[in-house]
Design a protein around this ligand. Structure first.
Ligand code: CUA
Length: 339
């Protein structure tokens, strides 16, 4: 039963549950599409096979003994002969497990060393991911880009290897970065920097989630990795490097935004909004989701979010700003100019 339970857990691992919209949430550790997830899968299948055969042998012998030597009508009620000590058997069940554990140690440490010793090639993209309650801040120091909740990376193709190396940090409590199709989990720990890398080859959007309980909205701390063909990635980076235009066709909304405390928490590059506490909004409309994947980025959801964030994400640190319906519409119109 334990084994079956473990298997169900493995199967469910990586299941992601957003609140509104977005159905591409189910992902599996058994069909990885990137290094190092592939190498990790191969190692874990070997470990699973070894442990599975031990389980089959032990459980098989147990079932055989229970059935073969069960109590039958007419059995004598005296005790069977008692056997004490057998050098062969004791040696066998000491040495065999030792050998098995030794094999497991060797294969696992080879995989760990392979992954940890990878050096970034000159073509590598460097990004810093900072965990917050409950969203992801993403910085590309070399490209001068700050964004949130959606990590954009180039795909490696046959000609050029372009892995992305991630520095993982936390602004508050421990979180864990996990995109099952791309790599294993790595924790984001306060006052510490952890490193990991991914090297996807197939463009697409890869969902993931925080994998370390970090408070009320841990389950809705989702991350997406968007893998672009190399030239498309350069185009994305150029767009993200632009500041927001000061000219806006939603001047009322802009006024409401800047008259409220939105600016204390959010940055909009090129304006006086330079808050660092919440996600950077400079290119909000380039993102597929709101509130770290809790809702798809549609006008209705954005309105709902601006009116009362607690309706979408109870406990989140963005307060209800008590805006009137008209002000909500104006702010949403302004936010939608942040392309
Ligand atoms: Cu962040 Cu769980």
């Amino acid at each position: 039963m334990l084994f079956a339970f473990a298997f169900v857990c493995l199967g469910l691992a990586g299941h992601v549950e957003p609140v509104l919209g977005n159905t591409d949430g189910v992902t599996s550790i058994f069909r990885p599409l990137s290094q190092p997830a592939q190498e990790i899968k191969e190692t874990s299948l070997l470990v699973l096979a070894i442990c599975g055969s031990i389980f089959a042998v032990v459980a098989g012998l147990l079932v055989y003994a229970i059935v073969r030597f069960r109590h039958r009508a007419g059995d004598e009620l005296s005790e069977p002969p008692q056997v004490y000590g057998s050098n062969q058997i004791e040696l066998a069940w000491t040495i065999l497990p030792l050998l098995i554990v030794f094999v497991l140690i060797l294969v696992t440490s080879r995989t760990i060393a392979d992954i940890q010793n990878r050096k970034p090639p000159p073509t590598a993209v460097q990004a810093t991911v900072i965990g917050h309650q409950w969203w992801w801040e993403i910085r590309y120091p070399e490209l001068g880009i700050v964004t949130a909740n959606e990590l954009h990376v180039p795909a490696s193709d046959g000609r050029e290897s372009r892995p992305t190396f991630l520095k993982l940090q936390s602004a508050d409590v421990a979180h864990s970065f996990w995109v099952p199709l791309l790599a294993g989990k790595t924790d984001l720990i306060p006052n510490r920097e952890n490193l990991m890398w991914i090297e996807p080859t197939k463009p697409g959007t890869y969902p993931g989630n925080c994998a370390e309980y970090c408070g009320t909205q841990h389950a809705r701390m989702l991350i997406r990795v968007v893998v672009h063909p190399p030239d498309e990635f350069e185009r994305w980076a150029r767009e993200q490097q632009q500041s927001a235009s000061l000219e806006t066709n939603a001047p009322e909304g802009r006024k409401v935004f800047f008259a409220n405390s939105c600016v204390n928490c959010h940055t909009i590059a090129g304006t006086s909004a330079q808050g660092k506490f919440g996600p950077d909004l400079t290119h909000l409309m380039s993102r597929q989701t709101l509130a770290a994947g809790a809702a798809t980025n549609t006008t209705d959801n954005l309105r709902l979010w601006v009116r009362d964030p607690q309706k979408i994400k109870v406990g989140c640190l963005m307060p209800n700003m008590q805006l009137t319906d008209e002000e909500v519409d104006q702010v949403v119109a302004y936010l939608q100019t942040l392309k």
